[in-house]
Every structure is written in structure tokens, then in C-alpha cells.
Design a protein around this ligand. Sequence first.
Ligand SMILES: *Cc1c(COP(=O)(O)O)cnc(C)c1O
Ligand SMILES: *[C@@H]1O[C@H](CO)[C@@H](O)[C@H](O)[C@H]1NC(C)=O
Ligand SMILES: *[C@@H]1O[C@H](CO)[C@@H](O)[C@H](O)[C@H]1NC(C)=O
Ligand SMILES: *[C@@H]1O[C@H](CO)[C@@H](O)[C@H](O)[C@H]1NC(C)=O
Length: 567
Amino acid sequence: MPGSSRLPVSLRETFNARRSSPRGQLVALNVDVLRNIIFILFLLRWTRKLFYQLKGRGITGSVADIYTNTRRVLYGIFLGLPGVRTKVQTQVAETILKLERKLVPSGPGVERTVALPAEGWSAEQVRKALEDLENMEHTRWEDGRVSGAVYHGGDELIKLQTEAFGKFTVSNPIHPDVFPGVRKMEAEIVAMVLSLFNAPDGAVGVTTSGGTESILMACLSARNKAYQERGVTEPEMILPETAHTAFRKAGEYFKIKIHLVSCKAPSYKVHLQSVSRLINPNTVLLVGSAPNFPHGIIDDISGLSRLAHKKKIPLHVDCCLGSFLIPLLAKAGFESETFDFKLKGVTSISCDTHKYGFAPKGNSTVLYRSDEYRKYQYFISPDWSGGVYASPSIAGSRPGALIAGCWASLVKQGENGYIDACHKIVGTMKKIESAIRENHSLSTDLRIIGRPLVSVVAFHSPTINIYDVADAMGEKGWHLNALQSPPAIHIAVTLPIVAAVDQLIADLVEVVEDVKDKERKRIAEGKGAKGQAMGDSAALYGVAGSLPNKSVVVDLAKGFLDTLYKA
Ligand SMILES: *Cc1c(COP(=O)(O)O)cnc(C)c1O
Ligand SMILES: *[C@@H]1O[C@H](CO)[C@@H](O)[C@H](O)[C@H]1NC(C)=O
Ligand SMILES: *[C@@H]1O[C@H](CO)[C@@H](O)[C@H](O)[C@H]1NC(C)=O
Ligand SMILES: *[C@@H]1O[C@H](CO)[C@@H](O)[C@H](O)[C@H]1NC(C)=O
């Protein structure tokens, strides 16, 4: 009984008191042993946790984590104080109301359909209504005014996609015998995308409803694989902090603990040593982006791949945004980096056909090095009273029309079409980049983030409030993306932007001058930065963004989602 000496004295006395009969003594002895074992297991578990925490984040990192968490809790308590709470709630409600006025048309002239019309409309009426809905006042994506968002391949392609839709509107790949054409197209789409990413023999994939679902599936498969093959019950994954938020969603949905690794200046790529230190027996997946959404930077995928291969951990490369651009960079004559299945450690890749593949929205693919990974994302229910049921991803019934639209886009564009698009899009990104680096009116106040190689160019400012720039561009009809930590904005170039880029640069020059003027005036008048009338991004990111506890932002975002469903 070597362990019994570790029990506290009072506990031992309690046991001793029960040891009056031999039988009683035996029971007490067993309870004693059991208690010790449980205690030791408990101790081991926490020592292990502490060890991996210290190994992963170091002492300074761990102290910093505790500091951040404490600030968050304290600020949460502050927000909950009676006076503060009502004030915050009123302001949140006001902001949401403002948003509602902006998004939900109201007033006497607005017609709403909130119940089925008792008598169906005529086709002509429906057509007219659809036209009005299409033409509601909006940010002009058609004129290239929107960063990202609309990835289309030109009017001719849209027409073709619509025809494809028409032929397959009722089709559903869940019934391959009824819709053999849809099954064939879906399989061919996966094969075409696989070949684009240098997939080895035996590589497989599935199609999904979008990048988020592709990422969710890759995470689910990694989690299930680790559970089945290694018995991991407390899964963890390691993400660059710039990785798409869909990975955080996967963490929440599938209960995978997330470790974020910083992507610091000047490269803004994920810090490899930090990733390496965070790996432990619970790690089920490493992640890299090619490129990431915020800054358009490609992580060091070769480095991640070496790490993943050495430690025998799956590595997912998120090419949702890179999609059909990044595999063709070299062929289009641009600088490139290795990021795909050529690297031994890369086990899965997500590629959005609905981004630079120009497929209709609602389409993406997730590729796996082999079936040993894909099989863990399948859902199979052998004993359901509705029959044996099997489906590859989240959805049950799926739109065959979208598959037809996607297939039509891929074969219509062809490799040459995508290379041509790559030329235009990446060329335009470079044009914006060099304007910001070289045009004197921009280069003094704006700084490019890292070295972008694909379609996104992000910049921040050491001298002026970058969110004011975003808002002023908004007033000129441009919709650029505001980013946070660090404060910055980005432009994701799409084909419509290619045609509008000169205007974009000219407006940016003007806006930067304006913002500088306004700041100079404010300083001359002795007002602090606070006195100004703030635009939307400045208000959201400039003020709320700096709070230690973002519960106010959460409330605002929830209000936003609610607003979307107000008729
Ligand atoms: C767009 C994007 C995704 C997925 O987004 P969806 O909107 O779900 O298609 C994932 N990763 C990156 C880097 C992206 O830009
Ligand atoms: C942040 O604040 C909210 C209340 O405003 C609180 O409910 C929440 O627990 C806080 N977050 C943390 C991590 O303490
Ligand atoms: C297109 O999207 C649907 C879901 O919206 C999905 O079921 C289908 O597999 C996708 N097809 C392709 C080719 O991406
Ligand atoms: C900077 O850009 C503006 C707007 O496009 C242009 O008018 C100006 O000539 C450019 N200046 C330089 C030095 O390139």
C-alpha cells in the first residue's frame, strides 16, 4: 500500500475506524486502494494538462492568457453593473434599430408579403416583383464596387448556368438512379478539382454547399479519425489566428478545443515554432491557409507539412479563397509557392468552386489524400425505419441544379479560361498593391500587410484611422472589408473590380487626403479623436473592438442576425 500515505490523515482515521471486523478491514482496504488510484489518476491528468499548457504557451504566454481572461471576466462584471447595464442595453438597442431602418424597407409605400396570397399571383406579376427585388437600391457590385462577395465569370457564363439550372431544377443527387447525369457531373467535378491540386493516386473528395461546410467536414473527419484510431476524447486543433472563422465554428459545433497561433509582421504567416510547441497527444489537426481571408497571405505550408508529417498529424490547407487562382499562378506567369498534395504532409484541402471557380453560390469541394480520411466524414445509419441511410456530408437532399451549374462553369471556362481570369485578377491586385506602395499620395499613409500573392491586398495605416478610410470609401459607393487586430482593410479583387480599378485607386487617393485633412483640422481645433462623427466601421471596430470583453459586439451581431429575418 505505498500510496496510502498520501491520503490526508483525517481520511485515514475515518477508514481505520471502520476496520473493526476482518471483513470490514478488507472492504476498507479496497476502498483505500480505489481512492488512491482515483486520486493519482486525477493528479496525473492535471499534471499532464499543466505540462502541455506550459509546453504550448510557455510561462509568459500562460501568464498573458490568465491576464486576458481576468480582464474579460472583470470587464464582464463591470458591464453587468446596474447603471452600466441599462446604458449599454439602450445603446445596443438604438444601434440595432438604426440598422433595421437601413436594412428593412418600411413606410406606407412598401408592400410586404407575410402570408401566402389567398390567390396565387400571375406569372407576369411574379416576374415584375422579382425584377423590383433585383433592382432594390444596393451597393453596385455590377460596377465592381464590392470587395469579394460576387465571384462571377461574366454574363455569358451566368446565362449558361441559368440554363443548366433550368434542366436540373428538381434533381437531387440523393437518388443517383433517378438522376444519373447529376451523379456523373458531381463525380467529374471532384475529379477535375483533384487534378488541379496535384492529387496522388487514391485521392478522393466530396462536394459541399460552400467553404464553411467543406471546412466543417475536414475538421469532423480529423476528429473522428483521431477518436477511432487513437482514442482521442478531448480533441484539439491548431489554427493560425488568420484562418477562416469556419474553423472556430467547427470547434464550437464538434467540441474541438482551438489553439490560435499568431501571424506576426512582417510576414504575417503562422509562426511555426509556436505551432510545434502546441502539438500534444490530443492534437487532431493542423491548419494552414493558401491564402487566408484577412490578409491574402499564404502560410508556410511546406513548413507545416514537414511538421505534420513528422508528428503524423493531419494537415488541412484552406484553399477556399485561393480556389482556382492559386493552382494556376505559375501557369499565369506569377510567383507561386507549393501548397498542395505535392507536399507529403497535406492530407486535406478545401477549394470553393463558388469563389474563383465562378460556379453559382452554394458550391465547394473538400479533397482528401485518401479514403482513409474521407470515410470519417460520412454519415451512415444502417437501422433507421426509413431504410438504410447514407449521406456524405451535412445535407440530406441536395440541389442537383447547383451541381449542373458548377459543372457547366468548369467545362465552359476550361484551364485557359481560368488562367486568363487569374491574369486579370492577380494583375489587378498587383496594380492596387503597387499604387499603395509607390504612389506618393498613398505610400506615406498606408502600409501593405505582408507580401500578397493572390487576389487579396490588405493595408493598415500608421498615421490615420483606417476605419475612417473604409467609411469614406463607403460614402463613395465602395464596399471594402474592415479587418481587426490589427486594424486594417482589404480588397478582394474579383472580375467586376478588374474593370473598375483605376477609379478605385483614384478614389482611395482622394479619400486618404480627405481623412488626413479632417484629422489635421481636428487637431488644430484642439479636439481629440473622440469628438468626430463616426461612420459604421469606425464605430464598430474603433470603439467596441478595443474592449477586453466583446459581449457588446456579440449582442450587436445577434441583433443583426435577428434583423435579417424581419419581413
Ligand atoms: C470564403 C472563405 C471560406 C469559406 O467561406 P464560405 O462563405 O462558407 O464559402 C473559407 N476560407 C477562406 C480563406 C475564405 O475566404
Ligand atoms: C463578458 O461579459 C458578459 C456580460 O456582459 C458575461 O456574461 C461574460 O461571461 C463575460 N465573459 C467572460 C469571459 O467573462
Ligand atoms: C453544390 O451545392 C450543393 C448544396 O448546396 C451540394 O449538395 C453539391 O454537392 C454542390 N456541388 C458542387 C459541384 O459543388
Ligand atoms: C497617384 O494616383 C493618382 C490617382 O490615380 C494619380 O492621379 C497620380 O498621378 C498618381 N501619382 C503617382 C506619383 O503615381
